[in-house]
Design a protein around this ligand. Structure first.
Ligand SMILES: *Cc1c(COP(=O)(O)O)cnc(C)c1O
Length: 348
């Protein structure tokens, strides 16, 4: 169905023609024996791009996050994270299952946590009858808050604060390349000092499958056995890593196009009867707008009109821009959203 405009997520992106060619021709081996040369190249390259010692290729961002959580904690510890973070909302309670930890959530400002928000939630005094904080957890960009960006000075303040208290700090950087693009910086600078960083190749960077966890050589060596424990030991994964290399090296440079298209959507939707959105709050490729009617019903009407979106709250709808929907299609999508809004507004 060529006319459907799919803005549910940047995960729907298909591998590019260059990726498919690289996948077809990839040199491969058995990665459980660390003998897949393409996976090895991808891991070396990811470590280099992030300025860290080592990296590991994992099937999903959720697995990378859960490996990181286990790396830095012991059972009974608390992990301090933002209230609507992915690890809280979308990772199946695995912090409890796999690591025996509980999450202590702190609401950020539109998803952004500063040190002053986190510090009161820490428990590091050693008080024998209180669970101790084991890890700080940051998400940049923040998905459910609408792709919001934690700026570089705040990232630096968080790292300094964590380390001053003797705590490790992990970055869920599923969309960290979007954050870097929005800030006009590079991911190595933005993530400096984080003990581990997880990022997705399979979202706006268009690879079909895969995420990377980067950190110290010692942590990544342990991550290999944790990945195997979770069933993530892959064999000729070089066919996937070949696409990942292109995602890592070539795709970040075009993310500004997705951000511009998100602005286009936000600007066209602002001022529409029945919708609420402030374009100034759209910082990257995620557009969340409020509806007066039930969001799930609104999304169903959008689907019938040819736009796929997601309901992310009782009265909020999310659109995510990506490589497979160009500016013209975004403009068409904006018209359709306006039409559906007018229709539902008149009906209400
Ligand atoms: C997508 C995403 C992940 C990981 O998702 P997978 O679907 O497991 O690859 C982790 N964190 C955030 C913020 C995400 O948006």
């Amino acid at each position: 169905m060529p006319d459907i405009i799919d803005l549910r997520s940047d995960t729907v992106t298909k591998p590019t023609p260059a990726m498919r060619a690289a996948m077809a021709n990839a040199e491969v081996g058995d990665d459980v024996y660390a003998e897949d040369p393409t996976v090895n190249r991808l891991e070396a390259r990811a470590a280099e791009v992030f300025g860290k010692e080592a990296a590991i290729f994992v099937p999903t961002g959720s697995m990378g996050n859960q490996i990181a959580l286990r790396l830095h904690t012991q059972p009974g510890k608390e992990v301090v994270c933002e209230a609507r973070s992915h690890v809280m909302d979308w990772e199946m309670g695995m912090a409890a299952v796999f690591s025996g930890c509980q999450l202590r959530t702190v609401p950020g400002q539109r998803g952004v946590l500063r040190w002053q928000d986190i510090e009161p939630a820490l428990s590091t005094t050693g008080l024998y009858y209180r669970a101790q904080t084991g890890l700080l957890w940051i998400e940049n960009t923040h998905n459910m808050a609408g792709g919001t960006v934690t700026p570089l000075p705040v990232m630096q303040e968080l790292v300094a604060g964590a380390h001053e208290r003797g705590l490790p700090i992990h970055l869920d950087g599923a969309r960290v390349f979007n954050a870097a693009a929005a800030l006009g910086t590079d991911v190595a600078t933005l993530t400096r000092g984080f003990d581990t960083v997880n990022f997705c190749l399979s979202k706006g960077l268009c690879a079909p499958v895969g995420s990377m966890l980067v950190g110290t050589a010692a942590d990544i060596a342990r991550a290999r056995s944790l990945r195997k424990a979770l069933g993530g030991g892959m064999r000729q994964a070089g066919v996937l890593a070949a696409a990942g290399l292109i995602a890592l090296d070539e795709m970040p440079a075009r993310l500004h196009e997705d951000h511009a298209n998100a602005q286009l959507l936000a600007k066209r939707l602002s001022g529409t009867d029945g919708l609420s959105i402030d374009p100034a709050e759209v910082e990257t490729n995620i557009v969340i707008f409020g509806t007066e009617v039930d969001a799930a019903g609104f999304v169903t009407m959008l689907k019938q009109a040819g736009v796929l979106a997601g309901a992310v709250g009782p009265k909020s709808v999310r659109l995510v821009t990506h490589r497979d929907v160009d500016a013209a299609a975004c403009a068409r999508a904006a018209e359709i959203v306006q039409r559906v809004s007018l229709h539902s507004f008149l009906q209400a």
